[in-house]
Design a protein around this ligand. Structure first.
Ligand code: ATP
Ligand code: HSE
Length: 292
């Protein structure tokens, strides 16, 4: 048996729609695999009742197919599904690493990014890699359709606040505008470049400024009850920037070390003011998938 742990991730980071992502130090999924004649799946943990065990419908089934590595796969969910924290990607990344080892396929981490992305296609209809790349590689990642993924190590404190509302990635993609104005394009490029410089310097002020996004985030914020109040509360508590995590509903705040506790409380209270229960993870940019 081989067991791997893959982290939650936060994709987009505002200005990097479908491009940027970070691995979180926690929460995480743990996946154990044993050789079998055909793939079977068992799921326990957070939101397990809402996750299919049919290999045609679970991301790990697609990963096992892509690696020609049939197995009994046990997924212990630490990352709630439809959270905006890369729940499906965590399972896909952990399964890719564990099955690669179990069957001695010899793929490197970068080779496994498109393999794990095949799993994402089961969920959203597209093999996008902005969650699986940070889940596999760790740190801050940039994915390009023609060029694989680039990863940068960074040291950054984060709070991810997960409300008790469900936003599916499919629905959240439906509200993304089809086109952007030149003014919004220029602003987005400036923000994305600022964010990248901030990641390279582990500078929460630059990263926070670079989270701003005039295009996708405003359209998606309406899907998250209480978003505007939670954002204001986090900024008032010291966050250097706030945005929607992935396709939502989680909200991500960047901050200086030592501010996480106050920001986490402010965000949970902000959701409570809108009548929504929530939990906050005081976390940080972390490592990628590891074999346990
Ligand atoms: N192993 C798995 N883990 C989690 N969700 C899975 C898995 N396999 C299939 N799914 C399905 O994927 C959907 C959740 O994926 P979705 O992309 O909407 O959320 P997410 O992975 O938390 O988010 P995001 O990509 O926005 O960060 C649910 O419908 C769930 O049933
Ligand atoms: N980039 C993706 C991440 C969610 O899977 C989106 O925002 O739709």
């Amino acid at each position: 048996m081989v067991t791997a742990r893959a982290p939650a991730t936060s994709a987009n980071l505002g200005s990097g729609f479908d491009t940027f992502g970070v691995a979180l130090s926690h929460p995480a999924d743990t996946v154990s695999v044993e050789r079998a004649a055909e793939t079977t799946i068992e799921v326990t943990g957070a939101g397990a009742d809402f996750i299919p065990t049919d290999p045609e419908k679970n991301v790990v089934g697609a990963v096992a197919d892509a690696l020609e590595a049939p197995a009994h796969i046990h997924i212990d969910k630490g990352v709630r599904p439809s959270s905006g924290l890369g729940s499906s990607a965590a399972s896909a990344a952990a399964a890719a690493v564990a099955l690669n080892e179990l069957y001695d396929r010899g793929y490197g981490r970068h080779d496994l990014v498109p393999v794990a992305a095949e799993g994402e296609a089961v969920v959203s209809g597209e093999a996008h890699a902005d969650n699986v790349a940070p889940a596999l590689l760790g740190g801050f990642t940039i994915v390009r359709s023609d060029d694989g993924a680039t990863s940068v190590e960074t040291n950054l404190s984060l709070v991810a606040c997960l409300p008790e509302v469900v936003v599916s990635t499919r629905d959240a993609r439906g509200v993304v505008p089809d086109s952007v104005s030149m003014a919004d394009h220029v602003e987005t490029v400036g923000n994305a470049a600022t964010l990248t410089a901030g990641m390279c310097r582990s500078d929460p002020r630059l990263v926070g400024r670079g989270l701003d996004d005039p295009v996708v985030t405003p359209a998606r914020a309406d899907l998250i009850t209480g978003y505007a109040g939670v954002r204001e509360a986090a900024l008032a508590a010291g966050a250097t920037g706030v945005t929607v995590s992935g396709a939502g509903p989680s909200v991500l705040a960047v901050c200086e070390p030592g501010r996480r506790r106050a920001i986490a409380s402010a965000m949970v209270e902000g959701f409570a003011d809108a009548g929504v229960g929530a939990r906050a993870y005081q976390t940080a940019v972390g490592d990628g998938t590891r074999v346990l």
